[in-house]
Design a protein around this ligand. Structure first.
Ligand SMILES: [Zn+2]
Ligand SMILES: [Zn+2]
Length: 310
């Protein structure tokens, strides 16, 4: 927690003209000659804010300009043990207030390629697991020795299919999204709920972008999710590694506002239905009707600026 304190410092023999505090608080003040002590911050409004060392990797999501959001991932020098598998998300509003939105856990898994359709169960590699599941639209999940995953179920437009998500072998991080966000303070609203889907995992960067967009548009969204725990994403192909998020449509005016906010916070590839209104910053799908029910938004990881703290 942040707290406030008055500081009296003893001045030893020194020729320094400024005093710099390090350790658990920071700040710089002019020293005063010929005194053996100095009361800093003697007036009420000069209170000194102490910030505890968070020791947690934190995404700072900034309101920036009308057209641009800014997201920084701050990595502290020391991460406390209990925070080693956690990420924290803080939103900074127009007035410079900080809003603590959530802390989530991350885990490692193998990166997957976009899913390829099969009519029969793929048998290209030794099967290590073959389970019936009920997770979103997935009814069966097969895991292979080489790290690939195949999923079976009903696709909204293609009927019953298999999709094979090939592993690239590379390790990636995924987080489990909070089951909902319902943050309301002053004029800031950051709200979403999930529809039935179980694709509740996503990339850590993607959640930061989503939080920024939700705050920016001030609208409540329903998401049909991103990806499963091990980066697969049936029935979709292009949600692997949690790179994309789907959301149910709002009315046309609010939808455009949301698309623009997502665009501003790093979702640079958005797909809308062929039979929907033509929106700015989104590409209408050419074939089929898949996206007539939901907006697809893919996040560009290079939006995030990484800062190593000292
Ligand atoms: Zn979709
Ligand atoms: Zn999608």
């Amino acid at each position: 927690k942040n707290t406030f304190l008055f500081v009296r410092a003893k001045i030893k023999e020194t020729t320094a003209i400024t005093v710099t505090f390090k350790s658990f608080f920071a700040g710089q003040f002019s020293a005063v000659d010929n005194l053996n002590h100095y009361d800093f911050l003697t007036q009420e409004k000069e209170r000194f804010e102490i910030k505890a060392i968070l020791g947690i990797i934190t995404y700072h999501i900034y309101w920036n300009t009308e057209t641009e959001g800014k997201i920084e991932k701050h990595i502290p020098k020391r991460i406390s043990n209990e925070n080693i598998d956690k990420y924290k998300y803080i939103y900074h509003d127009k007035e410079g207030n900080e809003h603590k939105i959530c802390t989530v856990e991350w885990h490692k898994t193998k990166e997957k390629q976009n899913g390829i359709i099969y009519s029969n169960k793929p048998t290209h590699s030794k099967i290590t697991k073959d389970n019936n599941v009920i997770e979103g639209d997935t009814r069966r999940r097969v895991k292979y020795e080489n790290g690939d995953i195949a999923e079976y179920g009903r696709h909204p437009t293609k009927g019953n299919i298999w999709r094979l998500y090939k592993s690239t072998g590379k390790e990636i991080e995924l987080i489990r999204m909070p089951d909902q966000l319902d943050y309301r303070k002053n004029n800031i609203k950051i709200q979403y709920t999930f529809s039935q889907t179980q694709r509740r995992y996503t990339g850590p960067n993607v959640l930061a972008g989503f939080i920024g967009a939700l705050a920016d548009c001030n609208l409540k969204l329903v998401t049909t999710g991103s990806c499963f725990r091990d980066a697969s994403c049936f029935p979709s192909s292009e949600h692997v590694n949690g790179k994309s998020i789907d959301t149910l449509y709002l009315d046309n005016v609010d939808e455009q506002k949301f698309i623009d906010s997502m665009h501003k916070f790093g979702f640079n590839k958005q797909i809308t239905g062929a039979h929907k209104k033509k929106f700015n910053n989104a590409i209408p799908e050419k074939i089929g009707s898949l996206h007539d029910t939901h907006l697809h938004s893919e996040f560009k990881d290079s939006t995030i600026q990484i800062k190593n703290e000292d």
